[in-house]
Design a protein around this ligand. Structure first.
Ligand code: ADP
Length: 161
């Protein structure tokens, strides 16, 4: 049976931290779904289509990676695509506490699911999508925090003098 994992997130935007987690997890699974969970009531910074296209571009050479969006519960989506593993990245103890609760709830609702956590490499610990968005909002250059395939230039606000 195929070992399929879902890497769920908002990826607003996808960062080098996310990319590293996916590339390190790839040898552990037959296929990975990178799946953007969306909620029509929650507004994102980058449009859903843009986020999907960027991730597809990053992994365009990798046939074992699928990039999709979903709404609703992550476990329902996992059932739909036949995934028994949820992949998540851990940066800090705060991440751990947050992820622990979600993983335990997911397991209580879907006992066959296993959450798999990879610790971030030290240099990616401070990188998160919120910081990338803040840098862009203030006219800064966030390109080193995102994979090279992501061109943020169209989104950088002109600095107010
Ligand atoms: P969510 O909105 O579900 O928190 P994110 O898009 O922020 O989704 O993150 C998706 C996953 O990637 C989470 O497991 C998060 O902990 C992990 N992650 C985020 N940034 C990093 C990073 N710099 N290094 C490793 N993992 C990360």
């Amino acid at each position: 049976m195929k070992k399929t994992a879902v890497f769920p997130g908002s990826f607003d935007p996808f960062t080098v931290g996310h990319e590293s987690i996916v590339r390190r997890a790839l040898p552990m699974f037959d296929e990975i779904y990178i799946s953007i969970g969306y909620n029509s009531e929650k507004k994102s910074f980058f449009p859903l289509d843009q986020r999907l296209n960027w991730i597809r571009k990053i992994f365009s050479d990798e046939t074992r990676i699928h990039v999709e969006s979903f709404s609703g519960l992550t476990i329902d989506y996992c059932r739909k695509v036949g995934a028994k593993y949820i992949l998540r990245g851990l940066r800090t103890s705060a991440d751990f506490e947050f992820e622990r609760a979600i993983a335990q709830l997911n397991k209580s609702m879907y006992p066959e699911i296993e959450s798999v956590f990879l610790l971030t490499v030290p240099e990616h610990t401070p990188i998160n999508s919120t910081i990338v968005r803040e840098v862009i909002r203030h006219g800064g250059d966030a390109s080193k925090f995102v994979p090279a395939a992501i061109d943020l230039s169209g989104y950088i606000k002109k600095k107010e003098i």
